[in-house]
Design a protein around this ligand. Sequence first.
Ligand code: PLP
Length: 446
Amino acid sequence: MTKIGQMTVGSLMGRLSGAGRRRDAAPPGFPTAGLDPLTERLSQHKVTRIALSFLDANAGLHLKDLLLDAATDDRRVVIDGHTVWNFGSDSFLGLDRHPRVHDAIRDALPEWGAHNGASRAFSSPVLVDEAEEKLARWLGVPDTFIFPSVTLANIGLLPAVTQPGDLLVVDRESHDSVHQGAKLAAAAGARLEVLATPEPRALEKLVAQSGCRGGVVLAIDGVYSMSGRTPPLAELDATIRRLGGIMYVDDAHGTGVVGPRGRGAAAAALGSLDNVLMVGSLSKAFSCLGGFVTCTPELKTVLKIRSSTFIFGGPVPPPYLAAVSAVCDIMMSPEYDLLLAALHARIRRFTDGLDTLGIEHHGGDSAIVSLVVGDLEKTFHAGRNLFDRGFYAQSATYPAVPIHAGMLRVQINANHPLEAIDGLLNALADVWQESRLPRRGRAVTR
Ligand SMILES: Cc1ncc(COP(=O)(O)O)c(C=O)c1O
């Protein structure tokens, strides 16, 4: 068994799982000698080593890589024998539990099977055409183009929408997959610049300094996934268009919950999606699987030729394509208004409660509300304290946020009972009091 410092690889993996049920060493007799040297070598890398020691020192505290043993319709989950309200789900509208979504998956299964087993560059079930057409109808755009995930969309599309001589500006706070896609675009010859702050004047300066004579693309999130905040998309769009460029908005967290009929943060800010590339998620509010980009049929033909994750990757499985169409039907029906009203009522109840407690928070225009805690350890402690009181929220820590900007990231869902929201507020009041966490102004007594 390989040793890392005082720890064996096996005991290390057991601690990382935090759950105590995962196998913490290879079964007796199972050969490990082939992989142990690789594990040991990778574990010696500076950042990996620091992360491993931190996780080891805080085993049981950090609540990462959890195993859920059970889940209920009203967003409770069982973890390690502990039943908690789950405030860590991206299924913002509760559609993962919707009978029409379940029926769509169940009905498509016998006809199309679990997977069609081919790259879309070769063939696709007609369900993909129906889903892309319905998404376009819902969004009021000429066409859409589906990928198996938003990550694969960003990695395939950013090199596809730029070429040598072009400038690709990436907002620093964008999702990791936007940065990864941008690196591939740069490797293919585009010039890459990082926008330190999402301000129109900073953008203008960056573009002017680049001396670029080709196309210009600004890649940015519609809703920042950790803080829940939205950048000034209207101002940035006006600037980039004046400079002859186009904005590419990863609106994963805005899709289905922000803007008119849930068309997203870009649609809310710009009034339409006519002059922007909007990437939406089919895995969050949609509760299905995949991502998509808005486009025209002509642009789609070009993007199909230029996107390597489309050409060389697999598809969204057919039952999930059927589910996407079912969700589009819901989005365009009166039922959507009820779901959105339920979600907004819960978000408002929560943010009003935080204001009463004087707890500083970001977001709330989408279903993400992030509570400002501070450094890494305090954030993990706050998350664990909350968990012990029966509520699970994600600790957003470095490197997802700056080192002293740890946050508790709460995701409100339309199917959270009001008592769960109120219970969370009470638990937060206790955690903030006990741990003397930062407050905004003076707290009002509840
Ligand atoms: C802004 C943003 N983009 C992309 C992703 C990744 O999406 P996917 O899981 O579909 O790859 C996320 C996931 O949380 C996200 O927040």
